[in-house]
Design a protein around this ligand. Sequence first.
Ligand code: SF4
Ligand code: SF4
Length: 574
Amino acid sequence: MIVKIEVNSKVIKAQKGETIMSALKANGIKIPSICSMKDFTPTGACRMCVVEVEGSQGLVPSCSQPVNEWMKIKTHSPQVIKARKTIVELLLSNHPDDCLYCVRNGSCELQALAEELNVRERRIMGRKNKYKLDHSSPSIVRDPSKCILCGRCVRVCDEKLSVFAIDFVNRGNRTIIGTAYNKDLNFSSCINCGQCIMVCPTAALFEKDSLPELEDALHNPEKTVLVQYAPSVGVTLAEEFGVKPGKDISGLINAVLKKIGFERIFDTSFAADISVMEMTSELLARKNKKENMPLLTSCCPAWVKYVEQLYPDLLPFLSNTKSPQQILGSVLKSYYPEISGIAAGSIYSVAVAPCTAKKFEAQREEMTKKGISEVDLVLTTRELAKLIKLYGIDMNQIEPEIADDPYGMRSSAGKLFGVSGGVTEAVIRTMPHVSGAREPSRVKYQELRGGKGKKEAEIRIGKTTYRFAVVSGLSNVLPLLEDIKAGKCEYDFVEVMACMGGCINGGGQPVGSDENAVKARMKALYSIDEREIIRFSHKNPKVNELYNNHLGGLPGEKCKSLFHTTYSARKVLL
Ligand code: SF4
Ligand code: SF4
């Protein structure tokens, strides 16, 4: 039902029951807020979004107050501006004030609010926050001194991920965001997903900086630095350079990585094609034996850690196929030296990933051979953007190039790994080939696409009907996990990605992206698939060359040693 309200002396229309903030937004009036987030119940805790409502005592938080017919609202009266400005001044009163050295300089919401509200002098003096930095996690750095206690990180970790790694600890002016027993993050149940970084308005949370180590490697004459970049990075990196979401710049990424000095540029989607071959064969074998069904995907390292910590009983259900990043890392340090003439010992393998958990995955003991990591260093999409800026490369002045042979070639099925549902579509496309059944008439599985937290499909391949489920956002997987535990799950294959929408919305992607950006990224990956000639992993000629020339076919002992792993229960402080 539509109601009329009066805003700044003008009549506007609103939906009955919607909040004042939402009605104002729909009418082009932006109200600042620190604690509110789309799709989360508003709390009105930060009071930054206050407005004047005629007849109300005091100012009203617009994020939680619903509109009423003929409500009279003032959004930017002197009283409102003064209240908002005082909140920012209070937040700044104990802030470290090191903006020039801060990782979020230029993208900090607190900085932007101070500018927007014309804060030009320090009127409120407080004691500066001084907390030690928490560097314990391989992925995330915490700087509690910069925390403004908005609570967004806590809510995303609890409500979207059901991890509950962080919370408010202490009281009054000693309140901080901490972990269980206030220990370092590494001891907590944190799964390194980085979704808290994505919502943090300041630099209280940020990814571990891998650029100094990369610089050392790039300038070390004894190292040959090879790089792979993940399927989703091609459709998100451009946003860091002010381009609207949804632009595929994979060709430019190849060119820019060469300019920076990487010796060879490879596409992780190639390894996603291998992952499809391996996972499909694993699925069919388990289905035949009626063993450990459903098969749970394991390409998302945050999800794998979640199972290790909270559902160790379900570890046998996880696929033992490594993630594409680790598969390519493994190939680059084993077979690639044979065909390239590059000394194995000199190879320094870098991966650009959409995800902070990939930094954790690369340093797992299971991902090493004789103490040597398959992947030496992981950069996020954001870090790659910083590297490009550091090298002074003008993205508008370079021409696209192709990735290097042989691991630059991919099918678009491999590319779909960047989006929730993509792994499943890729596996379905390859199942008839591996099982010897007739190819189905369709390539596209619309029911597995889109932004829903859970999607399903039932597909007949040969004489067998298979049931697939796709879940993104870990809180959506809980009912399914309980069903598996109770032996009630009817699916054969379950794809799980920790982040909503999959890697295109990973914790290493550009910050400040909204659901429209995620939709545009999704669309970009699907349109790459529409245009592609090779849309099946098993039709990638370079994948077949690798299986025929080196691996001795599928499945085999060599595949097992290079592409498969095991996971085990992990103890954390809860
Ligand atoms: S990285 Fe993910 S799991 Fe860890 S604290 Fe942040 S949101 Fe929670
Ligand atoms: S760490 Fe960041 S997101 Fe979390 S409460 Fe502090 S400022 Fe907010």
